[in-house]
Design a protein around this ligand. Structure first.
Ligand code: AMP
Length: 288
């Protein structure tokens, strides 16, 4: 695996690959890698002669400075995992490399305002103001550098997948980037793999799986007329386990418009965000 720290060096190398006609697959991450991240790399390896991954803990997408400071960093292990997965290139930029005109992360205002429509103000957008502008800022820059044919994202971050699809539309590049959404990898008890899980102690880690149980509860009990009731019961399950809930919602899986009256035909997705002590988790489940 080749490691690049400078965007210009990576671009030069990728130019050569593109001239050879090789398709480029890209799986961006914030590091502290787990099997979920590696599944994106594996999916890319299957379909592209060149696979690039990146590790960059993006300061502009953290609306909580403490969350940024405490974000786990396990670089040596990450490199070993990517190498074992056969990743061809790791891009490991500094903050200055990613945001050359800016000095630091937090408080840095994106120069562009990305028009994300309703995605900006619902669910994660509502509870993490500015988060998706930060995501767009970093992904825009990464996509301009890597110019992939295929982008690999995890369904775990459902709304983020939609935001990045919208960003690609807004970018209107000549080269078409295909967004590939990969299934959420889970632990044996159903907890979605997440870099944040390593911050839990043993008890918290066991309790954390209640999010998955709540999603299953919704999936198993949803009927046309009982959405408010199943959401409330799922929220109660979480609260009784000790979670502080940001939201339990059911939305249209195609555009994330919140669904209150389900016609039984629309494809719904249940989405949850909740804190267990100071650690915030998100997860989702397609209901049909
Ligand atoms: P992150 O490092 O958390 O920013 O995630 C990088 C990419 O990995 C994103 O596209 C995530 O959606 C994806 N991802 C994170 N957790 C999982 C998981 N459990 N299963 C599959 N993909 C995941």
């Amino acid at each position: 695996m080749i490691l690049f720290k400078k965007a210009a060096d990576l671009c030069k190398w990728l130019d050569v690959q593109q001239k050879k006609g090789y398709a480029i697959g890209f799986a961006p991450t914030m590091g502290a890698l787990h099997a979920g991240h590696i599944s994106l790399v594996e999916m890319s390896k299957k379909n592209n002669p060149v696979t690039v991954s990146s590790i960059f803990v993006n300061p502009t997408q953290f609306n909580d400075q403490q969350d940024f400071q405490k974000y786990p960093i396990t670089l040596e292990k990450d490199i070993a995992m990517l190498e074992a997965a056969g990743c061809d290139v790791l891009f490991l930029p500094s903050i200055k490399e990613m945001y050359p005109d800016e000095m630091t992360g937090r408080g840095v205002k994106p120069k562009i305002h990305y028009d994300l429509g309703q995605l900006e103000n619902i669910l994660e957008g509502k509870f993490r103001p500015g988060h998706f502008q930060g995501v767009c800022m970093v992904v825009h820059r990464l996509l301009e550098i890597v110019q992939p044919d295929n982008l690999y994202l995890g369904q775990k971050d459902y709304q983020q997948c939609m935001v990045i699809t919208k960003l690609i539309e807004l970018m209107q590049q000549d080269k078409k980037i295909k967004v590939n959404i990969c299934p959420t990898l889970r632990e044996a008890d159903g907890l979605a793999m997440s870099s944040r899980n390593m911050r839990f102690n043993e008890d918290e880690r066991k309790t954390a799986a209640t999010i998955y149980q709540s999603l299953r509860f919704i999936k198993e009990n949803i009927q046309q007329k009982n959405l408010a009731e199943v959401k409330l019961k799922a929220q109660t399950l979480l609260e009784e386990a000790g979670f502080r809930v940001d939201y339990v919602e059911i939305a249209d899986a195609t555009n994330l418009s919140l669904v209150n009256d389900w016609d039984g035909k629309q494809r719904p997705v249940a989405l949850i965000a909740a804190f267990l002590n100071e650690i915030r988790l998100i997860d989702n489940m397609l209901l049909k």
